[in-house]
Design a protein around this ligand. Sequence first.
Ligand SMILES: [Zn+2]
Length: 108
Amino acid sequence: MDLVQLLRSQARKYRCVQCGESMAECGINVLAQQGNRALVRVTCRSCNDENLLQIIFQTEAPDAAVTAPSVDEGGERVDAPISGDEILELHEILAGHAGPLTELLARR
Ligand SMILES: [Zn+2]
């Protein structure tokens, strides 16, 4: 499964923060990829709201769990590679960022 397919399968679990439509049909554009991280632009098909997501791939390595603490809340899935917190965090970073997007990946 390639990255876009993987993201597509995850996107359908999310809704647009602007219009509330399902992101299942959203546009997915991989802007940069470095190591186990990628920067992806997701465009809502309904309202054209664009979001930049930093994707962190989960690996099979045993110590991967250290950077991905799982919180079990009422049986909610906790293994999704994209979290709402990460999206919000990146929003804040991008709000004050004027340079090339690749700088974000290098810095983080
Ligand atoms: Zn939307």
